[in-house]
Design a protein around this ligand. Structure first.
Ligand code: 5AD
Ligand code: SF4
Length: 473
């Protein structure tokens, strides 16, 4: 039986202690909602770490006695989990938060809380405080466990609260409500120490800290018992996992997780090239459960820009890792993040990025136009790039990658892939969508009863964004 709502016990001291507040909220709600049910709605922006955090927020909402609704207008509690990585992400969240004013006007007992990376910056929380008076509270990324007490305060009509953690720790045992039991996120570490000069993450998620291996293994076992077939280990800088301990690292942790009985596969993201160890590559080559897909963001192909980005590796060093990886795992899928138009990027620097794309032949890239983030060193650098130049470079980057992706996808035609069936295809109800080792979605004829199962699919066609095939009986 799949248990969608579980509490993960921890070995020691850093346990979630908000159960009392959850019970108090529940009691208050039962008095307030005699006829109808208290419903929650969570809006999530950003990366997988935020998706995982939202599963914890959902678990807390259930523990407080709320039920989920897909309709924001019916909610009595709205939580917005925001992203701050680029300006566009913040604008999107601010626009949705702006619209909530009207919902609140119609429903005065509605509680709205804003969390995640955006209100983890003081200037943003201040702005929310002044411009959005209907927001009851904000909480930073280190304060998820405090949400029950914030909701309790709001229910009791207390003052609006804006929480900033003094230090970012780890709280084990927060109840979790998983979105999809087949595809699980498993946070193994939090924070980042790298301070890439463009990036807001170290400022909003604190310093690197790893969960204890025994806590992670316990959660991994529970996920597998609950039906997880695809587990992604998460961390802003996941391959530096374990630096706070003497005797573990990401490779040994993954090997331990692979020992858990069950038909599941294991992924990890996101990695920094400086920590892409031989041990990790060997684990990927040797462990059957580890998916041969390495997401290894390079950001730029120019040494000059890499230095200005404070990336701590050179192009040569990066290519060296890729060569080792391809040798050890011949059919590996490699993906990357690329930033174009970083301050000072010349046409020559940009062509170094294009030539790196040709050299590595990524399966896919996630590409971004540089977005200045207040408080980061790059935002103050001279020679910010003109928008028209940035757009032009971005288009050229995508166009080159499209030809490479096409070629990479085509290698699967004629092969049979082990695909985890995930959901109905959005365009055709007769088709199902799933994923194999390659990051591309795979479409095939099937029915919803296959959801959460592995099927063998013979690939018959490849497109830029997907593969298609037929189930082999
Ligand atoms: N501007 C554009 N892209 C950024 N990223 C991080 N910060 C910025 C920024 N200020 C990109 C990087 C990172 C990915 C998650 O987002 O490529 O790897
Ligand atoms: Fe940001 Fe760099 Fe840390 Fe990644 S490694 S989260 S890009 S600072």
């Amino acid at each position: 039986m799949i248990n969608n709502n579980f509490n993960i016990p921890s070995s020691e001291d850093n346990l979630f202690t908000g159960i009392k507040e959850c019970a108090e909220v529940k009691k208050l709600l039962s008095g307030m909602f005699a006829e109808d049910e208290p419903l929650y709605y969570i809006e999530t922006f950003g990366c997988q770490q935020n998706e995982a955090d939202s599963e914890r927020l959902a678990g807390l909402c259930c523990a407080m006695g709320y039920k989920e609704t897909a309709n924001i207008k019916d909610a009595s509690l709205i939580l917005v989990n925001t992203c701050a990585i680029r300006e566009h992400a913040e604008k999107k969240a601010l626009s949705i938060i702006g619209e909530m004013k009207h919902i609140k006007e119609k429903n005065p007992r509605l509680i709205i809380g804003v969390g995640g990376c955006m209100p983890s910056q003081r200037h943003r929380a201040e702005k929310l405080k002044m411009s959005n008076p209907y927001v009851s509270f904000t909480f930073d990324t280190g304060a998820i466990h405090l949400v029950p007490s914030l909701v309790l305060g709001a229910l009791k009509g207390g003052k609006r609260q804006f929480v900033f953690s003094e230090s970012f720790g780890i709280t084990e045992g927060i109840p979790t409500k998983v979105k999809n039991p087949y595809k699980a996120w498993l946070s193994v570490m939090y924070g980042c120490n790298n301070f890439c000069s463009y990036c807001i993450v170290p400022y909003v998620r604190g310093r690197e800290r790893s969960r204890r291996p025994e806590d992670i293994l316990r959660e991994a076992r529970m996920l597998v018992e609950n039906g997880a077939k695809d587990i992604t280990l998460l961390g802003q800088n996941v391959n530096s996992y374990g630096k706070d301990f003497d005797n573990t690292n990401i490779a040994s942790l993954m090997r331990e997780i692979c020992k858990i009985n069950g038909d599941f596969r294991l992924r990890f993201m996101t990695s920094h090239p400086k920590d892409a160890s031989d041990e990790l590559i060997a684990a990927m080559a040797e462990e059957e459960k580890i998916v041969p897909h390495f997401h290894l963001p390079v950001q730029s192909g120019s040494d000059r820009i890499l230095e200005r980005m404070n990336r701590k590796y050179t192009r040569e060093k990066y290519i060296g890792i890729i060569e080792k990886l391809k040798k050890a795992v011949p059919d590996v899928s490699i993906t990357s993040d690329i930033i174009v138009a970083f301050p000072g990027e010349t046409e020559e620097d940009f062509s170094d990025t294009l030539s790196l794309l040709r050299e590595v032949e990524y399966d896919m890239i996630f590409s971004f136009i540089y977005s200045p983030r207040e408080g980061t060193p790059a935002a103050k650098m001279p020679d910010q790039i003109d928008r028209a130049v940035a757009n032009d470079r971005y288009a050229r980057l995508l166009s080159l990658q499209d030809t490479i992706t096409d070629k990479r996808n085509a290698r699967f035609v004629g092969r049979t892939l082990k695909v985890l069936c995930e959901e109905e295809s959005k365009n055709d109800p007769q088709m199902m969508t799933g994923r194999a080792d390659t990051p591309r979605p795979i479409h095939f004829k099937g029915d919803p009863s296959l959801k959460g199962q592995f099927v063998n699919v013979k690939i018959t066609k490849s497109d830029l964004f997907c593969l298609s095939g037929e189930i082999e009986k």
